[in-house]
Design a protein around this ligand. Structure first.
Ligand SMILES: *[C@@H]1O[C@H](CO)[C@@H](O)[C@H](O)[C@H]1NC(C)=O
Ligand SMILES: *[C@@H]1O[C@H](CO)[C@@H](O)[C@H](O)[C@H]1NC(C)=O
Ligand SMILES: *[C@@H]1O[C@H](CO)[C@@H](O)[C@H](O)[C@H]1NC(C)=O
Ligand SMILES: *[C@@H]1O[C@H](CO)[C@@H](O)[C@H](O)[C@H]1NC(C)=O
Length: 435
């Protein structure tokens, strides 16, 4: 089912590629401005003006939970028998439909512009790798922890919503269904199962993407000049819940295995992207291809991010985790406020406080904890991995990253993994650590 990954880009490019087995997770966060293409005066004002009464009630996503017990009798798009959640049946006028739903559900309209749903998942059957399911559980725990700390919802999928769209294509039908299932969410955030949040404090700067509908990690030069299939990483992306995205997903999916042109797409992609070595059409190459060939149509709404690790290539990270930890400890030794014990729900405010010292401390990627560490090429579930990764390096790296992240969580429970490579060993954290 999962195709062996073809790897082989320099670590500095972080241009590796994960082939995540049919898995899909959805998290809901909320937090972006209403799409600029939606000049609906009432809500536009409501959603884009931080100072309105409504919006100010809603400082974090947690405050904007919405009324879970209310569904008014008036009909919405859900009452249309022609509405489909599947990728094959296009949805039209989605922006209007979504807006109308929000109007009928005002408790969700508050904060809707910034609400995010995180999606992730894994294959329907047990992993072949004996530790694969355990690792998947821990990968999921890491995402749940991140979402809880920031007041986000999360959805974990482990079925194929489209029988033919498996492996790395499986996320597209999931994202499509999630858009319809979650009109209250402005952004859907797909995160591959083998990606670890290694900075629990960092928040995606949604404001930066106000004028964009798709955010993906990558390097524009590698796309437009080198035409490389690893110029971006499609294993982690944010996509706005809007008509543009409905249309885009349809076009993107049309290169996938459920279409009669699948084989041909494989050839086209391989001849366009010279460093693509395997014959099948894959989602990531498809995305690069659309950027290259239909730049006018899609490119101006796609934000290629590389100022922080929305996708950080694991090989360049796992060996430095102890150094990152030490730098943060040094920082906390100097600032009493940063090491003050606090409730877990107060974490975001301490994250904000820490930010100022990170900026003073150097403010660059060699200093800051990587946001997301992505184990591209490792395939923890199947147990196969890119042969260039020697021995157990994938599994050891994963354990280190998971424990590094877990330390940021456990700390608020008063404990710490003293060694990143031993998941079972924890010790209590002394008061005022690390004074
Ligand atoms: C559903 O689609 C059919 C066929 O396209 C059309 O005839 C019908 O009017 C549609 N129903 C609604 C409620 O839009
Ligand atoms: C660090 O980055 C932030 C945001 O990009 C910027 O505002 C700040 O001035 C930078 N600090 C240093 C010391 O470069
Ligand atoms: C980034 O931070 C490191 C560690 O503090 C420092 O040695 C390095 O000079 C910084 N690089 C830049 C470009 O600021
Ligand atoms: C990991 O920690 C546990 C509990 O402290 C200990 O029993 C075990 O021997 C350690 N394993 C290794 C490989 O050090």
């Amino acid at each position: 089912m999962a195709k062996a990954t073809v790897q082989g880009k320099s670590p500095s490019l972080a241009g590796d590629r994960s082939v995540t087995v049919a898995a899909v997770v959805v998290i809901i966060m909320i937090c972006a401005l209403w799409s600029v293409t939606n000049p609906w005066p009432g809500f536009t004002t409501l959603l884009s003006t931080p100072n309105t009464k409504f919006a100010s009630k809603c400082v974090t996503s947690r405050d904007c939970a919405g009324d879970l017990r209310h569904d008014p009798p008036e009909t919405t798009f859900y009452d249309d028998p022609n509405l489909s959640y599947t990728i094959e049946k296009p949805v039209k006028k989605w922006d209007d439909k979504r807006r109308q739903w929000l109007k009928r559900h005002p408790s969700f309209a508050a904060g809707a512009g910034e609400r995010v749903l995180l999606l992730t998942g894994s294959q329907p059957s047990p992993c072949k790798n004996p530790i694969g399911d355990h690792l998947n559980l821990r990968f999921f725990k890491n995402k749940v922890d991140y979402c809880r700390l920031h007041g986000y919802d999360i959805f974990y999928n482990n079925v194929h919503l489209h029988q033919k769209m498996r492996s790395y294509w499986a996320k597209i039908p999931l994202v499509r269904a999630a858009m319809v299932a979650h009109p209250e969410a402005e952004w859907l955030w797909w995160v591959d199962s083998d990606a670890v949040f290694t900075d629990m404090d960092f928040k995606v700067p949604l404001k930066r993407y106000e004028d964009h509908n798709l955010v993906v990690h990558g390097w524009p030069k590698e796309v437009y000049e080198k035409k490389s299939w690893v110029a971006i990483n499609a294993g982690i992306f944010l996509i706005r819940n809007c008509q543009w995205s409905m249309d885009f997903l349809e076009v993107w999916a049309s290169m996938g295995p459920h279409t009669p042109n699948y084989k041909k797409w494989g050839q086209t992609l391989r001849s366009t992207l010279k460093d693509k070595l395997f014959p099948e059409s894959d989602d990531q190459s498809g995305l690069v291809y659309l950027l290259l060939k239909e730049r006018e149509k899609w490119g101006n709404k796609i934000y290629i991010e590389n100022e922080y690790d929305l996708h950080g290539y694991w090989l360049g990270i796992v060996g430095k985790l102890d150094t990152f930890a030490e730098r943060y400890v040094t920082m906390e030794r100097k600032v009493h406020e940063l090491r003050r014990r606090h409730a877990e729900v107060e974490s975001e405010s301490y994250g904000g406080l820490r930010e100022q010292y990170i900026e003073e401390g150097g403010n660059n990627s060699s200093w800051r904890r990587p946001f997301i560490t992505h184990f591209t090429g490792c395939q923890p579930c199947s147990g196969r991995h890119n042969p260039s990764y020697g021995g157990d390096s994938c599994w050891i790296g994963i354990e280190r990253a998971l424990n590094f992240a877990d330390n940021q969580v456990l700390r608020k429970f008063g404990f710490v993994h003293s060694e990143l490579e031993n998941s079972s060993a924890v010790s209590p954290l002394p008061f005022d650590f690390p004074a």
